[in-house]
Design a protein around this ligand. Sequence first.
Ligand SMILES: NC(=O)c1ccc[n+]([C@@H]2O[C@H](COP(=O)([O-])OP(=O)(O)OC[C@H]3O[C@@H](n4cnc5c(N)ncnc54)[C@H](OP(=O)(O)O)[C@@H]3O)[C@@H](O)[C@H]2O)c1
Length: 305
Amino acid sequence: MTTPSFTPKSYSPTPARRVAFLGLGVMGYPMAAHLAKAGHTVTVYNRTPAKAAAWLQELGGAPHAGAPTPREAAAGADIVFCCVGNDDDLRSVVLGDDGAFAGMQADAVFVDHTTASANVARELSEAAQAKGLHFIDAPVSGGQAGAQNGVLTVMCGGEAAPFERVEPVVGAFARAVTLLGASGAGQLAKMVNQTCIAGLVQGLAEAIAFGQRAGLDMAKVLEVIGKGAAQSWQMDNRGKTMIEGKFDFGFAVDWMRKDLGLVLDEAKRNGARLPVTALVDQFYADVQQAGGSRFDTSSLVTRLK
Ligand SMILES: NC(=O)c1ccc[n+]([C@@H]2O[C@H](COP(=O)([O-])OP(=O)(O)OC[C@H]3O[C@@H](n4cnc5c(N)ncnc54)[C@H](OP(=O)(O)O)[C@@H]3O)[C@@H](O)[C@H]2O)c1
């Protein structure tokens, strides 16, 4: 028997819904699996059909199904979930003759978990309204492990009524689902999240490089200071692997550069000054140039060795 790519959890009871999921990548695959395990009927679409076939095989097929286009996956669904790469990928599965909006029934809700710009969220929200549909931007935090264990944090932007309809369903793969404001507010909150992480990881990388040069046993040092004011999620979850020089898991540098690009673009518009974030973005560019595009974000420490 193969290991399931998600960890079943105790799902809160909520009426079973007919849903679609577009994009079965590292994040989408386990998120869609949690929806199925929570009792919802799921139709999946993935650009590369083999992933949808693998998902259907793992989840046991009927009542779940696969569809060859986003339009056909979305037909008849109450809620259409999506988790693809960037703004253009999102437009390509939403708009056009084969896009999800062409297949969705009136009053259905599109919930987008892609990390994308606030502008594309507003653009697609307007397009949804013009068709009698709803759009919620809902980027996530918690990484691959959070998706597999069904404990993601979901930051939402949109209108209250459709949000209230989708919130209990999103609970199948999340432990916190919060509406933060109008369309785009979820993406803006995710930008705040990534800004917090960028500077912190660089600080942690410098601390580890400093301690190693000073001849300290850094595993022991992090164990001690991790119980004090220097503690962080990054220290707890990535400190040990940074010391060991292991970067082959988690959130990739390529994705982080996309996310910091979104942050810096938005800062140009709203006038926020982000000198450290801009610098760390360039440090990530160094990691990419040195061949570390698929390393996880803690690989900033490699520049300091
Ligand atoms: N990985 C993480 O830890 C993490 C954490 C938080 C947020 N996120 C965000 O979540 C999103 C997805 O990340 P991921 O790690 O799941 O990425 P991934 O494993 O690369 O999966 C991307 C998915 O999007 C599909 N896709 C991409 N471009 C497409 C297009 N033009 N048309 C149709 N489908 C397309 C891919 O289809 P194919 O299979 O055909 O390529 C795949 O299903 C990104 O916005 C990322 O920033 C990721």
